[in-house]
Design a binder for this molecule. Structure first.
Ligand code: ZN
Ligand code: ZN
Length: 378
């Protein structure tokens, strides 16, 4: 019903066919409304569905996170309207203000939220559990298992869904050292780095938290860099966030993906501060491990998916701004596939017959290009 609604549109994300409108997981529903969408229309849709299914939405548990500019967010908060013509939201619905994190599927999200805050409770829980375990005087070998279950197990989900801030990581390594060596922790007989090694190398296979966290970040990166039709929605949204940080002088329409193009995202300083913490963590891990696009073999299907411009590894002076402007803006060329489409008439034998290599060629392709604003299609 939501997808078919003529009045509710959700967010349009370049690269994704369907608008981002609703995500459902078990009994948890998230709806994305754009500025022009009416909350009243959403409620109408939900009420109809609830009457038919016998289900109920708990408005006490409904929370709203305003999305958009700071001024738009504060207007939503003060007027309690998403759209100026809406009737104000019922008082039972909570609207999160800036800095206030809302729990969604176990993650804490919101505008300008402190990413370390949700970790306080986890740190307390780990500390409390380990202190209790110490009363049983575990052996060194038993301790490695207990670390795995607490420092590892109790933090894995939150790390996956929003990343572990470095200060939290440092605190947990300290907790681990203190648990392993107890009163000797300020002067441990064996460094943790050694205990991380497997038994065959003289270690204890103790959980290496930093390595585990890096591995988690790399799983995000793998999904982000997936160019197949399975590429997740968040990756397309992340593209938008990263492309904002591309250097001036690169046409916005030519931007594709920082990992495939000759431009980098700043990972420090005030420009980097515009990125969400989880995206920064992912990119820092990528840089730390030197993640780069280096396929062993490029299939022609993959080649077609690559960016048309500013391709990584292209020789200098390949892309000369005034020359590529027409391809980018008038011919909407973004990928190699698009370049092939644009130049089809030069290679495709049946069409070649009608195309003439001159400025005023009257073939259907050249006529159409001229119509779209191209001065010299050939
Ligand atoms: Zn022509
Ligand atoms: Zn042109």
């Amino acid at each position: 019903m939501l997808q078919a609604s003529p009045t509710i549109h959700g967010f349009q994300v370049p690269g994704i066919l369907d608008n981002v409108l609703v995500t459902l997981f078990a009994d948890d529903t998230t709806v994305y409304l754009r500025k022009a969408d009416r909350y009243a229309d959403l409620i109408l849709c939900l009420e109809t569905w609830c009457r038919a299914s016998g289900a109920r939405f708990n408005s006490e548990k409904t929370e709203i996170i305003p999305v958009g500019s700071a001024s738009h967010r504060s207007r939503v908060l003060t007027t309690r309207c998403l759209h100026p013509d809406d009737t104000p939201l019922p008082a039972s619905i909570h609207i999160a203000q800036d800095g206030e994190a809302v729990r969604s599927l176990g993650a804490w999200i919101g505008n300008n939220v402190d990413n370390s805050a949700p970790w306080e409770a986890t740190l307390d829980k780990v500390n409390h559990t380990l202190t209790r375990f110490l009363r049983g005087h575990p052996t060194l070998f038993e301790k490695t298992h207990l670390i795995q279950a607490t420092v590892g197990g109790m933090t894995q989900y939150l790390t996956k869904v929003q990343g572990m801030p470095p200060p939290v990581e440092d605190a947990l390594v300290k907790i681990t050292r203190r648990f392993i060596w107890e009163e000797n922790s300020s002067n441990p007989p064996i460094a943790l780095d050694h205990l991380y090694k497997p038994a065959t190398k003289g270690g204890l296979s103790l959980l290496d938290l930093k390595a585990r966290n890096d591995a988690i970040e790399l799983t995000w990166l793998r999904a982000y860099l997936d160019l197949s039709p399975h590429r997740p929605t968040w990756a397309f949204v992340t593209d938008l966030l990263l492309n904002v940080l591309a250097p001036d002088g690169i046409a916005e329409a030519a931007l594709f993906n920082t990992f495939l193009q000759k431009w980098d995202v700043p990972l420090a300083g005030h420009r980097a501060a515009r990125l969400p913490q989880d995206v920064l963590l992912m990119l820092r891990t990528a840089r730390c491990y030197g993640v780069a696009f280096a396929p062993r073999k490029l299939s022609s299907a993959l080649k077609r998916q690559l960016p048309a411009f500013y391709l990584l590894g292209a020789p200098p002076h390949t892309y000369i701004a005034p020359k590529i402007d027409c391809l980018i803006h008038e011919h909407a060329a973004k990928t190699i596939h698009d370049l092939l489409r644009v130049s089809n008439r030069l290679r495709d034998p049946p069409r070649f017959g009608t195309h003439h290599p001159r400025r005023n060629c009257a073939c259907s392709d050249c006529t159409s290009d001229r119509h779209h604003g191209c001065a010299n299609p050939h």
